[in-house]
Design a protein around this ligand. Structure first.
Ligand code: ADP
Length: 216
């Protein structure tokens, strides 16, 4: 649920000074008690605040859970994504491994000759290949990649929470951020526009934690 600016301010005040009366909240916000009534009603009815007679407003503990959920669900993949590392299917496994080191990435997205997503290669795929007898200078990366349609993807406007669920459930490190195009045959083709990795998520986590410390 979306809260307006004043409702957010009321929550901050109650968290800091609660239990606190409606009059005192109104004073702190420089508004009349009557002007505040609708906002206080919304916050009480939606479970953020508890109104106790002769005591005032307190912050409900379940409200903390609601607030965490609300805060996390505000973030979209587009807010935290990073630049993808992309190579052509014809690139050799050797060159792809060099790219992995030079670009300091764990996963490379592979594109076909129309520049649409066709595969994903990760560290384990490379390790598996180098255990065998393959000529990694000659063999193209397309031979070892995980192929479409088995690639799990996300989009810029998906919530970070939904995307993290995919990463956890599929036990993978990253998702290509894609934009869907329809080709002449009416088939869906995916353009890679970014990547969402466990590092992006760890950064967001740290960012939220430090923001919380600043407030608290
Ligand atoms: P690592 O190899 O570094 O452990 P992952 O856990 O991400 O990295 O990869 C494990 C396997 O999953 C690899 O075979 C890889 O090709 C595949 N994979 C990686 N990302 C995806 C994805 N987004 N969709 C489908 N398969 C993936």
């Amino acid at each position: 649920m979306e809260l307006n600016e004043r409702q957010e301010k009321i929550l901050e005040i109650v968290k800091k000074y609660g239990p606190i009366t409606g009059e005192k909240i109104a004073d702190l916000l420089c508004v009349t008690r009557a002007a505040l009534r609708p906002d206080l009603a919304v916050l009480t009815m939606s479970g953020f605040l508890e109104a106790k007679p002769r005591v005032g407003y307190t912050f409900k503990t379940e409200a903390v859970d609601n607030e965490i959920k609300r805060l996390l669900n505000q973030y979209r993949v587009g807010d935290v994504q990073s630049m993808p590392v992309v190579l052509k299917e014809s690139c050799s496994i050797y060159d792809a491994i060099v790219t992995l080191f030079v670009q300091d990435t764990g996963t490379i997205f592979i594109i076909d000759h129309h520049n649409f997503l066709s595969g994903v290669v990760s560290r384990k795929d490379f390790l598996k290949t180098t255990l065998g007898q393959a000529d990694i200078h000659k063999m193209p990366v397309s031979v070892i990649m995980t192929r479409m349609p088995n690639i799990v993807t996300t989009t810029m406007d998906e919530t970070v929470v939904e995307a993290v669920k995919k990463i956890v459930e599929q036990e993978i490190d990253s998702l290509p951020v894609v934009k869907c195009h329809i080709d002449q045959e009416g088939e869906e083709r995916l353009e890679v526009t970014g990547k969402l990795t466990k590092t992006n998520i760890a950064r967001l986590f740290l960012d939220l934690a430090s923001r919380h410390n600043e407030r608290g």
